[in-house]
Design a protein around this ligand. Structure first.
Ligand SMILES: [Zn+2]
Length: 352
């Protein structure tokens, strides 16, 4: 078959659709500002809402480069950092909120986030330390060698400077409303990717600001994290949080919504969220079945399963792949097709 010069490639079509969707958002006064991050995920999407108050949803990480590009993007739209009146934080990951403290100080803007995540954001340094302790215990318990855990802790500590504590001045309740002059944003808690994921629904425009709850080009990883209600200045040693089970519940809720446009925290806009969520459900189903077969063939630790599935990536991205395996094992445990047994502090999964 000869492809004529005017026929777009799938990538070109995707890009054109993304531009059209961003134009629809812009007509609603919402402008995507793609801010650089030092992380593998690449740029993070902040969204400027030209309304009263002038609102910025997420901010990018705490870096000079992120601030510089954000300032240029604001200037291009005729604004300055000092004009910002409301900063909204979608969840507890530093690529999304790291810059918020500097922006709030310079602009005097209010800072809105889910009430339950406010203590975490207020004491980010200490909370990050507790997160690392939690991760360390989990990694050792699930078969990651001690020397690897030590290296990963050092890497994680090095990342912390891209975050910064910020005071939430406008705590939000799940189901509550954020009222702007020209719109009402419904605040919906959709945990799973992180315990604090919050999405913002403009019912009138059939539009959802979804942050990392739903991303088009990557499956949003349900990272294992300490539960929000376990926040205290002490170590969390409770049951393992069921991040993927929680995430799937959250996706079911979003799937049931009528939406014409979803604006995610990374990458291009989503115009068919039902098809995308169904694709994610199939992926998790397939992955759980594959892990079930590995466990049926011989008992294994979660880290051994991760190595079997992803090879070296299970080393360089040990915590992420561990979270991925444990999330799917939780589905198998729930269905009774796998059991967990512990020997000398290390957990193995086997067929019942
Ligand atoms: Zn995130």
């Amino acid at each position: 078959m000869v492809v004529s010069a005017t026929e777009p490639t799938p990538q070109e079509r995707e890009e054109r659709e993304a531009q059209q969707a961003l134009a629809v958002a812009a007509q609603a006064g919402i402008h995507r500002l793609a801010i650089p991050t030092p992380f593998m995920v690449g740029r993070v999407n902040a969204y400027l809402i030209e309304d009263s108050p002038l609102t910025l949803v997420d901010s990018g990480p705490n870096s000079a480069k992120a601030l510089d590009e954000l300032e240029q993007a604001l200037t291009a739209r005729g604004h300055a950092v000092e004009d910002l009146e409301l900063l909204v934080i979608t969840h507890q990951h530093i690529d999304h909120f790291g810059l918020a403290a500097i922006l709030a100080r310079r602009s005097g803007a209010e800072v809105a986030a889910l009430e339950a995540v406010a203590p975490f954001l207020a004491s980010y340094g200490m909370e990050a330390e507790l997160d690392d302790l939690f991760a360390e215990r989990l990694m050792l318990r699930h078969g990651i060698p001690a020397e690897m855990v030590t290296v990963l802790r050092a890497v994680s500590a090095g990342f912390r400077a891209w975050g910064s504590s910020v005071e939430v001045t406008r705590p939000l309740a799940d189901g509550g409303a954020l009222e702007l002059r020209d719109r009402t944003l419904r605040v919906l808690h959709r945990p799973g990717h992180s315990p604090s994921d919050t999405v913002f629904h403009d019912e009138q425009r059939s539009l959802l600001l979804a942050a990392d709850h739903l991303i088009a080009h990557i499956s949003s990883n349900p990272l294992l994290a300490r539960p929000l209600d376990a926040r205290a200045d002490t170590d969390y040693d409770g049951p393992r949080p069921q991040a993927l089970v929680t995430y799937i519940d959250s996706l079911e809720k979003t799937r049931a919504m009528e939406l014409s446009l979803v604006l995610p925290g990374h990458g291009r806009p989503i115009t068919d969220h039902v098809a995308l969520i169904d694709e994610r459900f199939r992926l998790h189903h397939r992955r759980a079945a594959k892990i079930g077969r590995l466990i049926a063939s011989q008992p294994r630790t979660a880290h051994e399963i991760a190595q079997e599935l992803w090879g070296n990536v299970a080393v360089t991205q040990a915590y992420l792949t561990l979270s991925e395996v444990l999330g799917h094992v939780d589905l198998l445990l729930r269905d009774g097709v796998v059991v967990e047994e512990e020997l000398d502090g290390v957990v193995r999964f086997r067929a019942p």
